[in-house]
Design a protein around this ligand. Structure first.
Ligand code: BJW
Length: 257
């Protein structure tokens, strides 16, 4: 394994190639430039008095379903008003440029798909769907009245189809993620605080197995655990990598092995 910071940006661009098995993991930071509050910023205003675990957990929902439902309805409204940004668009273009790229997102906003990414692994579900609490019957979104809406089939409360703290991730998605990570040669984490498992463990896992790792974040998060740390906004850094790749692709440089 390389020591942290052992590779520079130019060297990384040289190593990119359509043959490489690349995994990109995105977090809330990539959608921040679309005006979507990051997960930990989403406790703003009205919601600032609550801890994330109170709003994003089955216990929180059972204790105060209307509060949690309203928080998700507020966040979903922000998402519906948002547009994907350059960061999402570049990753959508990478899906075509790099045929062995796997895009895993912790985000529930659907903005990667809105930007044109066709194969997105939404590991924490989607804010655009509802399921019922007891049987997980799917339902389209319905607004809450004075209480949370109920499942038309079994009358249990409807909740967003997202993965809350203490809940298991979808088994099939986990298997697909496991396969992608086991084959991964280049791992890029974009805009995630790296505190929520299992996603928080991916970087160490692939790095220990010999993959090259890159972390992109506005703050110095994870800089000491990765081969390359690029500080800046997701769209700015991805754009820089994209132009470096375009120049290399049009030039005569051959990829480093
Ligand atoms: C920018 C930027 C810009 C801003 N450009 N960057 C092992 C050890 C310890 C605990 C556990 C463990 N395994 C499991 C657990 C328990 C728990 C957990 O991880 N707890 C931790 C808090 C310690 N995990 C679970 O419960 C998971 N389930 C599970 O593992 O099941 C088995 C099990 C259960 C119980 C015990 C043991 C095993 C499920 C986790 C589900 C997480 N769900 C949420 C809510 C989803 C729905 C919703 O969105 O409301 O997912 S929580 C929340 O965090 C959300 C996010 O997807 C996730 C990650 O957040 P993210 O994306 O990193 O956002 P932020 O806001 O934290 O960070 C944004 C970053 O962007 C910052 O760094 C900024 O600097 C940066 N940034 N602008 C670039 N423009």
């Amino acid at each position: 394994m390389m020591k942290p910071g052992k590779i520079d940006e130019q060297n990384f661009i040289q190593r990119l190639s359509p043959e490489r098995r690349i995994v990109v993991l995105t977090g809330a930071g990539i959608s921040a430039e679309s005006g979507i509050p990051t997960f930990r910023d989403a406790q703003e205003g009205l919601w600032s008095q609550f801890r994330p675990e109170e709003l994003a957990s089955p216990e929180g929902f059972r204790k105060n379903p209307k509060l949690v439902f309203d928080w998700y309805a507020w966040r979903r409204q922000k998402v519906l008003e948002a547009k994907p940004n350059l960061g999402h668009q570049i990753l959508a273009a990478w899906e075509k440029q790099f045929p062995h790229l796997t895009l895993i997102t912790q985000n529930v906003d659907g903005l990667h798909q809105a930007a044109g990414s066709e194969h997105v692994m939404e590991m924490h579900g989607s804010i655009h769907r509802l399921i019922c609490l007891e049987e997980r019957h799917p339902s389209p979104w319905v607004a809450a009245g004075s209480d949370v809406p109920l499942c038309p089939r079994c009358q249990s409360p409807l909740r967003p189809d997202v993965v809350w703290f203490g809940e298991m991730l979808d088994r099939v998605i986990l298997q697909r993620i496991g396969r992608a990570l086991s084959q991964c040669e280049i791992f890029i984490a974009v805009g995630t605080s790296g505190v929520v498992y299992p996603a928080a463990g991916f970087l160490d896992e692939v790095r220990a197995a010999g993959a090259l790792t890159v972390v992109i974040n506005k703050e110095r998060v994870g800089a000491d655990r990765t081969d390359l740390f690029l500080q800046g906004s997701a769209s700015e850094v991805l754009q820089r990598l994209q132009s470096g790749w375009n120049q290399r692709d049009q030039g005569t440089d051959s990829p480093a092995r």
